[in-house]
Design a protein around this ligand. Structure first.
Ligand code: 5GP
Ligand code: ZN
Length: 113
């Protein structure tokens, strides 16, 4: 498996871990664009949100639960934060293992479309 995020899940590539359970891993982005820039991924490999079958969608709810937990633990829940999921070519997705970016710790600029 050549997927870089699968290699992080199985320990082949190190990461700065923020949270882990049996289904989900969260770690600091290697190239942060905000004071907090955390990636949250399912341990199971799905290329993008469009590739998660309906029967497996509970993982998305679980990821959002974990995002809330991380926001509370890190203390940016009240100030606010942004969640980004880039999907596919036009969405600007570079790593083809679904991931949610959490950006926080500063007033974020409005995004462009
Ligand atoms: P995308 O553009 O696919 O939504 O975002 C991929 C993100 O993964 C980028 O923000 C990039 O900095 C991050 N990234 C790529 N390779 C690695 C890595 O090996 N380790 C970590 N921690 N982050 C990575
Ligand atoms: Zn993967």
């Amino acid at each position: 498996m050549s997927c870089i995020f699968c290699k992080i899940v199985n320990g082949e590539i190190p990461c700065s871990k923020v949270y882990e359970d049996d289904k989900v891993l969260a770690f600091n982005d290697i190239n942060p664009v905000a004071p907090y820039h955390i990636l949250v991924i399912p341990k199971a490999h799905y290329e993008s949100i469009i590739d998660i079958p309906e029967k497996d969608m509970e993982i998305v709810a679980h990821i959002h639960n974990i995002i809330n937990k991380i926001a509370s633990d890190k203390g940016f829940d009240k100030a606010g934060f942004r969640i980004i999921n880039n999907c596919g070519e036009d969405g600007g997705q570079e790593v083809k293992h679904i991931h949610y970016h959490i950006l926080a710790g500063k007033k974020l600029p409005l995004y462009e479309a």
